[in-house]
Design a protein around this ligand. Structure first.
Ligand SMILES: C[S@@+](CC[C@H](N)C(=O)[O-])C[C@H]1O[C@@H](n2cnc3c(N)ncnc32)[C@H](O)[C@@H]1O
Ligand SMILES: [Zn+2]
Length: 369
């Protein structure tokens, strides 16, 4: 909503955008961040936030006003945005709820570590690759605290630049129909591996692909969570369209179970759950109190897909490979469930389903729709 030529409102925040980068369409991501922050505050009775790439400061304001943050450190690397930020954050700073700096994000993380000043939520809303901050942001988070990461580097994550993904994720990403989900999984896997190397783990709270941006909310936990089962390789058969996950010990025999053709292997990446359903249920309850029906729908969809395999089948591909009309998503899900399989929609695209049935079974089910 625009108040006048220069002021905007989002949630409880009123702010100027000025010369900062701001997208109204990213509100979904900010709303989920606020739900996570508010839930953390309600549970622990404290909330210190580091908004390290603040833009105009909309997130800082919302964490303070809607999630009741005690303290928000707003940092923005570009000092040209300072007048806008000083205007927007004037009340938070004057009332002793925050500070504003213009430093490089990595300097901020190491400064936090150096002073043992750890945050309950670290928000790293970068554009482009998040790789320079994947390991360093962990230095600024309190144990049990949250890391909210954004990456908009879709080309690297979706297999169009496999050498690039090798450099930033230590993973060889290939192109296949579920490659946007892979973008989330590479991000989680990389942070998981970085955390493990320091004796910690991360727990995905939610993962969101929206508008060509990959966002993950991760909780830092005291014990390593990475295992050979939840961090590994995804195999896609270009011949028949089937997906498989491949055990590390069976990499030398990575062939399609249907037709024995060689698989296109991508990884390693996170193969575990994309979301934490119990946490999401708490966000649903809070979103109901706040009257956010669209966010409830999204969170319920995320809950349903949380425990599904780490890929999806596109409806168009099921139709094309089965020489059928494209099946209706809800009917295909219902038919697969009636056949005894797990099946759900995916938040990533409305034109796909997640299921533990293989592609042949999906085609059989589509014939019955
Ligand atoms: C996507 S915008 C932030 C948008 C804002 N969080 C929002 O929700 O509207 C990313 C911001 O990070 C800043 N930035 C980029 N690299 C940075 C770095 N290394 N350290 C600190 N700030 C940085 C940019 O100047 C830009 O304002
Ligand atoms: Zn095959």
């Amino acid at each position: 909503m625009t108040i006048n030529a220069t002021e905007q409102v989002e949630g409880k925040a009123t702010f100027k955008v000025g010369n900062a980068f701001f997208r109204t369409t990213s509100q979904v991501a900010r709303d989920l961040g606020v739900l996570a922050a508010a839930t953390h505050q309600a549970k622990t009775n404290r909330l210190r936030v580091l908004d390290v790439m603040a833009g105009c400061g909309v997130r800082s304001l919302r964490y303070w006003l809607e999630a009741q943050a005690d303290w928000v450190w707003t940092n923005e690397g570009n000092p040209d945005i300072s007048p806008t930020l000083q205007h927007n954050l004037a009340r938070a700073i004057a009332t002793g709820h925050g500070q504003l700096t213009h430093l490089d994000a990595n300097r901020v993380f190491f400064d936090c570590y150096n002073r043992s000043d750890y945050y309950d939520l670290v928000d790293v809303d970068c554009f482009g690759s998040a790789a320079p901050y994947l390991s360093t942001s962990l230095w600024a988070i309190a144990l049990g605290g949250l890391l909210y990461l954004t990456s908009t580097d879709g080309r690297t994550a979706t297999g169009h630049l496999p050498n690039g993904s090798l450099q930033v994720y230590s993973a060889y990403a290939r192109s296949h129909p579920a490659a946007h989900e892979q973008g989330l999984r590479l991000l989680i896997g990389s942070v998981q591996q970085q955390a493990a190397s320091r004796g910690f783990g991360v727990e995905p709270v939610f993962s969101l692909f929206l508008g060509q941006s990959y966002r993950v909310m991760l909780r830092l936990v005291a014990t390593p969570a990475l295992t050979a089962q939840n961090y590994g390789f995804l195999g896609y058969c270009h011949h028949c369209g089937n997906y498989q996950t491949i055990d590390w010990r069976k990499l030398g025999r990575a062939i399609c179970l249907h037709d024995q053709k060689p698989l296109t292997l991508s990884g390693p990446m996170w193969l575990g759950s994309l979301h934490h359903p119990r946490q999401l249920q708490q966000y649903v309850e809070l979103a109901a109190i706040w009257g956010w029906p669209d966010r409830i729908s999204l969170l319920n969809l995320m809950k349903a897909e949380a425990a599904m395999p780490p890929y999806f089948y596109q409806l168009g591909e099921v139709g094309r490979r089965g020489k059928l009309d494209i099946p209706k998503r809800s009917q295909l899900i219902q038919t697969l469930q009636d056949m005894g399989y797990r099946a759900s929609a995916t938040h990533i695209t409305a034109q796909a389903i997640k299921t533990d049935a293989d592609i042949r079974t999906c085609i059989l089910a589509a014939r019955q729709c």
